[in-house]
Structure formats: structure tokens, C-alpha cells
Write a protein that binds this ligand. Structure first.
Ligand SMILES: Nc1ncnc2c1ncn2[C@@H]1O[C@H](COP(=O)(O)OP(=O)(O)OP(=O)(O)O)[C@@H](O)[C@H]1O
Length: 550
């Protein structure tokens, strides 16, 4: 079972301690049964010593049971914490392109649904392990009573396990299918929230969405879940049936054969009945652990791994800061998207481009010409498939990629605005923030207290201004704006192109602006045009473009 491996890797010493406690707990349970058996065998004619022993063992059993569970709870808590942190760090460390290929909804399903299922599976482990320990303790006592009968009992347990595996095989396949459908359902539910306006405005679309998508997938999930539930109920009943058959054989068959003393048979009956509860519980937790296994595989399929936790979990990316540079050069840089629907490719590049410190460059081109892709290559979010990027003549390698990205502050068109100024609060930030809030004409809308934005419930244009504010605070040598001005009113658009951009340039910043606002192209030192993924030499110089536009 993968979870045990997870716990062992998290803290081998704790797991050994848990095992020890569990075995002691099992032994004390066995002692309790032996004592009950002894009392019954002596027709309840026992002295106060046995009664005291019963109380003592009872208390010890409870304490050990509690101790084992508390230890496993702690171990689980640690394992879950490590797993969450590891996953979060791994997602941050996973190349952007790989996450995009997996699809953001899939990543979200893994981070929410699968993590929840794995957490639940880890949550039932204390019960599972404690019950296994009780069963083991009972088996030791039963071996002492009669090892031949124990062999019989173990055969019954083995039969239950084989029966479980045979019956559960189809259910486990169904669990995998359910997980796939749940992924699809999650994606559809995203449509429910993100597409709410489109759904509200169009009755037929709404009806089709609810019946053909959500209802269709939900009913598939429902059918599978009912089937899975029934199969696991049957596996539980099988265990119970075999256990009754065993007890029945002890009471009605064995005395006739005369192989074993009646007192031993009574002891076995009591122990077998006592064992039923923990074994039943083990059977009930197995489906939850199976679900956990399916989710575990999903996490792995995302390219993330939970195999090794603790010390070798990937550390937070190092903060590498290159404060300055003279040139950034793209030499034959390429990136290819595969287009499933046409079984074709869209290639950006090979791009040859040299950028100098302090330049103000506009990147222009039609929709889908590859501007954002080139921006992702330039900022190091995509690693070039072909060619290389050089900073001051030094090629960027896998090792220096992270530090290269720290040269950039970017506001992409699908930017995300964090509610806190994460990693940006330092001495003098408050006055800087105040300055930028007035510069961006936001001081009457937003306050920032203790690094927290008073609101992000703003218009898209206003949120973009806040994203620009964080970019200002980052104070990196290169700025990249992907159609930043597209959602600004004409007056502020003019402020952006004619005041903010030149101001950044005056401060020595290099600025790359993806823009469709041709009337402001003249502000740029250079205008680069992309067409079908290729950089084409601008037909006109920047001033000429401006002249044409005005
Ligand atoms: N994540 C992706 N997966 C597959 N193909 C993609 C992906 N992103 C972009 N593409 C494809 O690459 C091409 C270039 O896209 P890109 O977003 O770079 O263009 P753009 O010039 O920024 O367009 P726009 O002006 O519309 O924002 C598009 O034709 C698009 O189909």
C-alpha cells in the first residue's frame, strides 16, 4: 500500500513507534480476551485478582489504543502537511508549458479533489492500522490456544481477502473511471461559474449545458458510485459470511469431531466474534484506501510525485537576482504548439532578437501571430525548444533559468492579482504604494493596509492598474506588458503610452509592450512585428508609423 510507504518516508522512527504501540495494543486486547475466556471457562467463579486484572487490562487496552491513534494521527498530520507543501512547491516548479498541456482544470482537480481523497485515505489509516494490530494480537492468543484452528481461521481470512480482491477488481476499475468523469464534471462546473453570464442570457444554451453536460456526466458518476458502493458492500458481507461460517463450524462441526477441547472452542468463538468488528472495519476502510490509490496515480500522472517527502522535497526556488544587464539576445529561439484538431503545428520562431538595456520596444502583430508566446519565451516562462537566450553573451541554462526570470516584471493579459503584496513589502513600501496609487488614479478606490489590498472588486481596467502597481514595486530591470492598455479608457491609455512608459525608460528600464494601439507606436524606440510566428522586419520605422497613424 502506497500510503504506508508515504508514512514510512515521512518519519520512519515514528512509524516504528506506532507499530510497537499497535502491537502492544493488540497484545493487551488478546490478554483481555484470554481473561474473559478464562472467567467464562471457570463458570464465572473468579477471584478479585482476575477482576482487578480485567480492570487493569481494560484500562491499559484503552490507553494503548488511544496512544496508537494519537501517534498515527500525528504521523498523518505530518504526512499530509508535507504532501500539501510538496505538491504546492512542485506545481510552482513544474514548467508552465507542462501545466498548460495538462489543462488548468485537471491541475485544479488534482489539487482539490485528489488531495482531498488522499487526505481522507490517510485519515482512515489510524483505524486501519489499530484494527490490524488488534487482529494480530488476537491471532497470537489464538495460536497459543490452538495453532491448528488458527490455520483454519487464517484460511478464512485469506479467502475473504481473495474474495475481496476478485470482487473489488471491477470496482477499482470503476473507481478509475469515476475519477475521469469527475475530472470532466469539475471542468463543467467551472463553466457553471465562469460562464454564468452566458448561461443566464441564453435559455437554450443553459438547458443544453445542464442536461447534456452536467446532468449527463453526473448521472454517469452516480451510476458508477452506486455500483462501486454495492460491490464494496458485497465484499464486506462476504467477510462477515465467512466469519459466521467459521464460528458455525466451531460450534456445530468441531465438537462432533472431538479434535479440540470444548474450552478451546469457546475461546475461539469469543475471539472470532471479537475479531469481527476490527476485521469488518478493515474491510470498510479498504475501498477508501483504493480510492486514495487512484488519486495517487492521478497526482503522478500530472508529473508530480509524492514518493519522497521530507528532507528531499524540492526547496523553494532560490531567489536569484540579476540586478543589471546590457543585452538580452534571442538566437534562433523556437516554440511549437501541437494542434490536435488539424494534426498540425504552430511554430513560433526561429526568433533572432537583440534587446539593449533602456530600450522601449513595441511588439505588434495580428491576433494569433505569436506575440504572447514570444513574451513567454522572452521572460523565461517557456524554455526554448530550439536556439538559446543569452544575457550579456552568457547562455541561459536550466540552472540559471530561474535567476533569468527574475529580470522581468510582467503583466500578461490573463494576469492574476494577489490580494496581498506578497514578497513586496519592505521599508518605504507604504509611501511608494501611495505614490503609485495616485499616479495610477486609484487612491480614492483602493487602500493598502499592512500589504493587503482593501479590495480587488474593481473593474478590469482598475485591476490592471493594480497589477501595474505591483510591477512597479517589483522594480525589475525589464518590464513586459501584454496588451495592458486594451482595457483602459482613452485618457488613461494616453497617460500610459506618453507618460508612464517614457518614465520607465528614463529610469533606465527596458520595456517590451505588446500593443494594438498603432497611434502610439511612435513612442517606441523599435517596433517589432510578428506574422505567423515569424519576426518580420518592420516595413516602416517607428516615427513613420506614428506619422501614418496620426
Ligand atoms: N496554450 C496553448 N496551447 C496550444 N496552442 C496555443 C496555446 N497558446 C497559444 N496557442 C496557439 O499559438 C498561436 C499564437 O498564440 P499567441 O497567444 O502567442 O498569439 P498572440 O499574437 O498573442 O494573439 P492575440 O493578439 O490574440 O493575443 C495561436 O494560433 C494559438 O492557437
Amino acid at each position: 500500500m502506497k500510503f504506508l510507504a508515504l508514512l514510512f518516508r515521512t518519519s520512519p522512527a515514528s512509524l516504528i513507534l506506532v507499530t510497537l504501540f499497535g502491537l502492544l495494543s493488540g497484545a493487551s486486547n488478546a490478554g483481555l480476551i484470554a481473561l474473559i475466556n478464562h472467567a467464562l471457562a471457570s463458570q464465572l467463579q473468579v477471584g478479585s485478582a482476575v477482576a482487578l486484572g480485567f480492570v487493569g487490562l481494560g484500562v491499559l487496552t484503552l490507553l494503548l489504543r488511544y496512544g496508537t491513534q494519537a501517534l498515527v494521527n500525528k504521523l498523518n498530520g505530518d504526512a499530509l502537511f508535507d504532501m500539501r507543501m510538496r505538491l504546492a512547491r512542485q506545481v510552482v516548479a513544474t514548467p508552465l508549458r507542462r501545466l498548460e498541456e495538462q489543462g488548468i482544470p485537471n491541475v485544479m482537480t488534482v489539487l482539490t479533489e485528489d488531495l482531498f481523497v488522499i487526505s481522507t485515505a490517510l485519515g482512515v489509516l489510524p483505524r486501519f492500522l489499530t484494527n490490524i494490530a488488534i487482529a494480530l494480537g488476537c491471532c497470537v492468543y489464538l495460536a497459543w490456544l490452538s495453532w491448528q484452528l488458527l490455520v483454519g481461521l487464517l484460511l478464512v481470512i485469506a479467502l475473504s481477502v481473495v474474495g475481496y480482491r476478485l470482487l473489488a477488481r471491477s470496482a477499482i476499475r470503476d473507481l478509475q473511471r469515476t475519477r475521469e468523469h469527475q475530472g470532466a464534471l469539475y471542468k463543467q462546473l467551472r463553466g457553471l461559474t465562469e460562464g454564468i453570464k452566458e448561461l443566464k442570457l441564453h435559455q437554450e444554451r443553459r438547458a443544453a449545458f445542464l442536461t447534456e453536460e452536467v446532468e449527463a456526466t453526473s448521472s454517469l458518476v452516480r451510476a458508477l458510485q452506486i455500483r462501486i458502493g454495492n460491490v464494496f458492500a458485497a465484499t464486506g458481507s462476504l467477510g462477515m459470511l465467512l466469519s459466521f461460517a467459521f464460528v458455525g463450524a466451531l460450534i456445530f462441526v468441531m465438537p462432533g469431531l472431538g479434535w479440540v477441547q470444548p474450552s478451546v472452542l469457546v475461546g475461539y468463538c469469543i475471539a472470532a466474534l471479537y475479531l469481527q468488528q476490527p476485521l469488518q472495519s478493515v474491510m470498510e476502510t479498504l475501498p477508501i484506501l483504493s480510492r486514495g490509490d487512484v488519486s495517487w496515480t492521478k497526482v503522478h500522472q500530472l508529473g508530480l510525485t509524492l514518493d519522497s517527502l521530507g528532507s528531499d522535497a524540492p526547496a523553494l526556488p532560490e531567489r536569484g537576482h540579476r540586478a543589471t544587464f546590457q543585452t538580452v539576445e534571442l538566437v534562433g529561439v523556437t516554440h511549437t504548439y501541437y494542434r490536435e484538431e488539424s494534426d498540425g503545428h504552430f511554430v513560433v520562431g526561429p526568433i533572432h532578437l537583440r534587446m539593449h538595456a533602456g530600450e522601449l520596444i513595441f511588439l505588434v502583430g495580428g491576433n494569433g501571430s505569436g506575440k504572447t508566446t514570444l513574451a513567454k519565451l522572452l521572460t523565461g516562462l517557456y524554455q526554448p525548444e530550439g536556439g538559446q537566450i543569452l544575457v550579456d553573451g552568457q547562455p541561459i541554462t536550466e540552472q540559471t533559468q530561474e535567476s533569468y526570470r527574475q529580470l522581468f516584471s510582467a503583466v500578461f493579459s490573463d494576469f492574476y492579482l494577489f490580494e496581498r503584496l506578497l514578497g513586496l513589502v519592505g521599508e518605504g513600501t507604504a509611501s511608494q504604494v501611495q505614490h503609485y496609487l495616485s499616479l495610477l488614479q486609484l487612491s480614492r478606490k483602493v487602500r493598502i493596509d499592512g500589504g493587503v489590498l482593501s479590495t480587488t472588486e474593481l473593474s478590469l481596467g482598475q485591476r490592471k492598474r493594480l497589477a501595474l502597481l505591483t510591477a512597479y514595486l517589483e522594480d525589475r530591470p525589464i518590464y513586459l506588458f501584454d496588451e495592458w492598455a486594451a482595457d483602459q479608457d482613452p485618457a488613461f491609455k494616453a497617460v500610459f503610452y506618453t507618460e508612464l512608459l517614457p518614465e520607465l525608460k528614463r529610469k533606465g528600464k527596458t520595456v517590451v509592450v505588446i500593443s494594438h494601439d498603432d497611434r502610439y507606436f511612435g513612442v517606441a524606440d523599435r517596433v517589432l512585428r510578428l506574422d505567423a510566428g515569424k519576426l518580420v522586419a518592420p516595413a516602416e520605422s517607428a516615427p513613420a508609423l506614428q506619422e501614418r497613424a496620426s
